[in-house]
Design a protein around this ligand. Structure first.
Ligand SMILES: Cc1ncc(COP(=O)(O)O)c(C=O)c1O
Length: 381
């Protein structure tokens, strides 16, 4: 039986054409027309002023923090329920993360807990300088209260929209809510360049500086002259060519993933103990991954049993992100709350959500999950 992956790359447009064009024009390094066009087209899609194409979303996070002036010893707020890359970038700056738990209805950063934490920080006399707010599994965080709170405490918002390209919040696109927005074109994302990312902002000078830092901080001299530490973070013209072709089909990919989500939603509707990631009332998801909570007390089986049953049939499913405060590598840092993300991790399973899934694939997945649930019900009496 062919393997069904969680979220594989989906190349169904002009990828090969643009790639060959890049080859034939000999623009195969980190400069070239596809890089410039990819940046422009992302800006148009998001309705934002400026963008720097980079080698990864992690690189974009790192540069965003440097541009926000994060220095060793600073504190940076971060969503607790996320992929480690959001936090790793904080540690690259020598700064310390402070984790904020999820809101139970959106699964994204809880604005009330953020306000609580910042109020405590003020009493303590040390304020975080920035907040990395993650848009989880394709849905925006609740930016109205988050921006208001961060404004009150003069904290730079960095939006980690790595998983949410194409999503929106009250009609505005994901990636445009912080001083900086971060996108990822990693292999499992809704569009991919094999690996890549983008830093976006309305601050033109900051994006120019991001390009400078991403090119080894090379000064405009005929010889190599450096006054600052730089990084090798630019995206190649070859990969930007793939990205442009992928971006052309973003809306279609969102439609396809939405259809996958609707299929699961219908199949599992009304089963006590089974809950699909709720859709937020304030925005539109890009449906990157469909995530389901399986309540072991009600079902008599847990998400790990279901994952193993799928794996036995060559189907990849993955537990929800393990919260950052539970990661041994981040254990020393502060967490506000934590019980919501822990419970989502315990019960949550990401089901295959790729654009290439057929109805037969989806029926197979649903059939296996339903079988495990039924067997547990019979065994449990
Ligand atoms: C929330 C989040 N932030 C950051 C990243 C990092 O992006 P990249 O893999 O492009 O470095 C990812 C995914 O990979 C992610 O899911």
């Amino acid at each position: 039986m062919k393997r069904i992956y969680l979220s594989p790359p989906h190349l169904d447009g002009n990828e090969k054409k643009y790639l060959i064009e890049a080859f034939e024009s000999n623009w195969i390094t980190t400069l070239g027309p596809h890089v410039d066009l990819f940046e422009k087209e992302i800006c148009q899609k998001l309705g934002i002023g400026h963008a720097a194409a980079l080698s990864s979303g992690t690189a974009a996070l790192h540069l965003a923090l440097l541009l926000a002036g994060i220095r060793p010893g600073d504190e940076v707020i971060c969503s607790d329920l996320t992929f480690a890359a959001s936090v790793n970038a904080i540690t690259y700056c020598g700064a310390s993360p402070v984790f904020i738990d999820s809101d139970r209805t959106t699964w994204n950063m809880d604005p009330l807990l953020l306000a609580e934490e910042l109020s405590e920080c003020r009493k303590r006399g040390k304020m975080p300088k920035a907040a990395i707010v993650v848009d989880l599994y394709g849905q925006c965080a609740d930016y109205a209260p988050i921006q208001e709170i961060c404004r009150e405490y003069d904290i730079t918002v960095i939006e980690d929209a790595a998983e949410a390209l194409g999503a929106d919040y009250r009609g505005r696109k994901a990636g445009t809510f912080g001083r900086f927005g971060v996108l990822s074109f990693n292999g499992n994302k809704i569009i991919t360049t094999s690996g890549g990312g983008m830093l976006v902002s309305d601050d033109e000078a900051a994006i120019k500086r991001a390009r400078y830092l991403a090119s080894q901080a090379r000064e405009p001299y005929p010889y190599y002259h450096h006054v600052e530490i730089g990084y090798n973070y630019r995206l190649s013209n070859i990969l930007a060519a793939i990205g442009r072709a992928q971006l052309e089909n973003l809306d279609r990919k969102i439609e396809k993933r939405k259809a996958v989500n609707r299929f699961y939603r219908k199949a599992f509707a009304g089963i006590p103990g089974v809950e699909i990631l709720p859709e937020t009332p304030y925005g539109k998801s890009n449906y990157w991954l469909t995530v389901i909570l399986f309540e072991p007390k009600t079902l008599g089986c847990d998400r790990e049993g279901i994952r193993l049953a799928l794996e036995a049939e060559n189907i990849e499913a993955r537990p929800v992100w393990k919260p950052m405060h539970l990661q041994p590598v981040f254990a020393e840092w502060r967490i506000r709350g934590g019980s919501v993300s822990e419970s989502l991790f315990e019960k949550g399973l990401c089901l295959p959500s790729g654009c290439d899934l057929t109805d037969m694939d989806l029926e197979r997945i649903v059939e296996i999950v339903s079988r495990v649930i039924k067997t547990a019900r019979v065994d449990g009496g």
